[in-house]
Design a protein around this ligand. Structure first.
Ligand SMILES: [Zn+2]
Length: 209
């Protein structure tokens, strides 16, 4: 792996982990399902970023006696696991959001809660720009895909912001509505990773090296 690409992979892991902790604290303190689902979005980002990191390292490994064609197939298998996890998490949030539509629960939106989606939008926007630049320079499809996901996460955070701002000004259903939208995104992103990896496992040969 090129040093810049390696650094970008690490930035991705640390960035997503920091955002996850921040969102988890804000989500538990406020009880907002939109922010909790945002935390789960970051959790699947962590899984994807660690997966990318580990797999790029494993597939860099030379072929050995037990694996004469190299280790490239490790990557899609990790991708499939991430897709399944994202599906499970997504459906769990959908269930909770639907329950919240009917059974109103008191949530407490503070200045800190409102700040978290802002921080997410700025951080993810910066990460998207960085990954897209490094991805182009290093010719890495994995980094380019990460850039697109980071860019989409800016809009996911915006949905969370609309959800909690709406709840704050007196429309409590905005929060579970945002939670629903975000969990559909988590499932969709996981599904896409899964489909790409199934295609890879079934047909496409690993690169000639
Ligand atoms: Zn993401």
């Amino acid at each position: 792996m090129k040093p810049a690409a390696f650094r970008a992979t690490l930035i991705n892991i640390f960035g997503n982990t920091a955002l996850f902790v921040l969102k988890l604290v804000a989500g538990l303190m406020s009880g907002s399902i939109a922010i909790i689902s945002e935390a789960l979005n970051s959790l699947s980002d962590i899984a994807a970023s660690v997966g990318t990191f580990v797999c790029v390292r494993i597939s860099d490994k030379e072929a050995d006696a037990g694996h004469p064609f190299g280790h490239s197939r490790a990557e899609p298998i990790a991708g499939l696991i991430i897709a399944v996890l994202a599906g499970i998490l997504g459906f769990e949030v959908i269930r909770t959001s639907v329950i919240r539509f009917f059974r109103h629960e008191e949530i407490e939106i503070t200045a800190f809660t409102l700040l978290v989606p802002f921080i997410t939008m700025v951080t993810k926007g910066a990460m998207a720009l960085h990954f897209s630049a490094v991805g182009k320079k290093a010719g890495s499809p994995a980094l380019k895909a990460t850039a697109v996901d980071s860019f989409m996460d800016v809009f996911v955070a915006m949905a969370a912001l609309i959800g909690i701002a709406g709840a704050k000004i007196g429309f409590p259903f905005f929060d579970p509505a945002a939670g629903l939208a975000i969990s559909f995104w988590i499932i969709y992103a996981g599904y896409r990773i899964g489909m790409e990896n199934i295609a890879y496992l079934m047909g496409q040969a690993p690169p000639p090296e």
